[in-house]
Design a protein around this ligand. Structure first.
Ligand SMILES: *Cc1c(COP(=O)(O)O)cnc(C)c1O
Length: 239
């Protein structure tokens, strides 16, 4: 346990140095970037250690794993972000613990989230997940709304009771014109964020960048980076 705490502390310090260096290189203040630690596949005991080490935002991508973990950690001062593809039949569970859903990508999901948030009397933060590998009107391989669909979906979230439109999220695409071009992908997301904020000025969160490309995301202007492997270690199997 103590060894694991030391390991997590050392990894967090390394990630912190990377974020600070990326901010300095971009002429940004360190406070402009929030670290979200992606704890998927790792146990609640790690989440507890991370909380003790000062982490305030954690993210999960599968409700089956996240729900019991969040319940075990409900005494901790953490914000929970849901970042995985979300089926409407999981919405009730996810709204039970998530503070922010970063993977909102279709109107049916907006309707379901709104209904459940209203039912339990909570306000749920929503980021639209943007698929930069999608065709004009399609959804992405790993979820996400195509850029052309952002405006309509954003208006829907903004009008939905119980939901708060917080901004945009993306995962650097593995295929299409942005494959291997993280910096260009994140800059495109920033442009889309600028467009979004014309109609929705408060929706200023930009969630981009993971362990391998957080520097590119910070350089492009991301406000939130989602880091798993670099803090917790390489995940066994799928995740
Ligand atoms: C797993 C995951 C991350 C973290 O990825 P790492 O490479 O482990 O840092 C970030 N965002 C999403 C959506 C993820 O599923």
């Amino acid at each position: 346990m103590t060894d694991r705490n030391d390991e997590l502390a050392a990894n967090l310090a390394k990630v912190e140095r990377r974020i600070a260096a990326a901010c300095a290189a971009a002429g940004r203040k360190r406070e402009e970037v929030t670290l979200i630690v992606v704890t998927k596949t790792y146990p609640a005991s790690d989440v507890r250690l991370l909380s003790g080490l000062g982490v305030r935002h954690v993210a999960e991508n599968r409700d089956q794993d996240a729900a019991p973990k969040a319940a075990e950690c409900s005494d901790l001062p953490l914000s929970w972000h849901f970042v995985g593809q979300l089926q409407t039949n999981k919405v009730r569970s996810v709204v039970g613990y998530a503070d922010v859903v970063q993977s909102v990508d279709r109107s049916r999901l907006v309707t379901a989230l709104s209904k459940e948030a209203e039912r339990v009397g909570r306000e749920l933060g929503c980021l639209l997940q943007v698929a930069l590998d999608a065709g004009e009107r399609e959804r992405g391989e790993r979820g996400g709304v195509a850029p052309a669909g952002i405006e309509e979906l954003a208006d829907l979230v903004a009008r939905a009771p119980g939901l708060r439109l917080d901004g945009l999220m993306t995962v650097a695409p593995l295929t299409g014109e942005y494959a291997g071009r993280q910096r260009a992908a994140f800059e495109r997301l920033m442009d889309l964020s600028t467009d979004l904020r014309r109609a929705h000025p408060a929706a200023n969160m930009v969630s981009a960048g993971m362990s391998a490309d957080l520097e590119e995301a910070v350089a492009a202007g991301a406000t939130h980076v989602r880091v798993g492997t670099a803090v917790l270690g390489v995940r066994a199997g799928l995740g």
